[in-house]
Design a protein around this ligand. Structure first.
Ligand code: GLN
Length: 203
């Protein structure tokens, strides 16, 4: 029998459904997370994009800050766009209360407003390979400072846009909008051969 991880998708606000589709495609179990008690049964967590000020309010309302910080001590978290802002240590906005999970400083909306959204190709270095992917930037944050234990996995115009610290990964764009699965696989250590084995058993 193969152990199947159950990954939570924080569903307070934002782009939840597309992450669920990616996890289903990867044959992962997932849980839509609205209350902090639901973290107890999970093996990893996705903090999707959305609006970091709203995410801050809703996380305060549902008492998520402390439980997510605890969760991050031994379980992986993947944050995309506003999710990356929430995972950072410092944000240039007084209404955002980041979790300090990755040693980063970020500048909200630094890639411009909604009308300046764009898709471009960029190379990502993961597990000794470089892969070119499409990245969709929507009111995306820029990383302005990184700590010495933070690894840069990708850059856009010579600025870091995908980073990793320990088991956590944060991105300034939306991989789920281009069906990019490499970050979900990397964060949650999804081994293709295990999943294929499992789906052939299930067939
Ligand atoms: N600009 C948003 C924020 O500050 C993030 C945008 C996004 O997640 N696409 O939270």
């Amino acid at each position: 029998m193969v152990f199947k991880m159950n990954i939570g998708i924080l569903a307070l606000q934002g782009d939840v459904e597309k992450h669920a589709i990616i996890l289903s495609d990867l044959k992962m179990d997932y849980t839509i997370v609205r209350y902090s008690e639901e973290l107890n049964d999970l093996d990893g967590l996705i903090i999707p994009g959305g609006e970091s000020t709203t995410l801050t309010n809703l996380m305060n309302k549902n008492h998520f800050h402390k439980p997510i910080k605890e969760f991050a001590k031994n379980k992986p978290i993947l944050g995309t766009c506003a999710g990356m802002i929430m995972m950072s240590k410092n944000v240039n906005h007084p209404l955002v209360e980041p979790l300090g999970i990755i040693d980063l400083e970020v500048d909200r909306n630094a890639y411009g407003r909604q009308v300046h959204s764009f898709v471009d190709e960029l190379p990502v270095r993961l597990n000794g390979h470089t892969e070119k992917i499409k990245a969709t930037f929507i009111r995306a944050p820029k990383i302005t400072k990184i700590g010495k234990n933070v690894e840069i996995l990708a850059e856009y115009n010579n600025e870091p846009c995908v980073v990793k610290q320990g088991q956590h990964i944060a991105l300034s764009f939306h991989p789920e909008l281009n069906n990019i699965t490499i970050f979900h696989k990397a964060a949650f250590c999804i081994n293709d051969s295990i999943n294929q084995q499992e789906s052939s058993h299930a067939a």
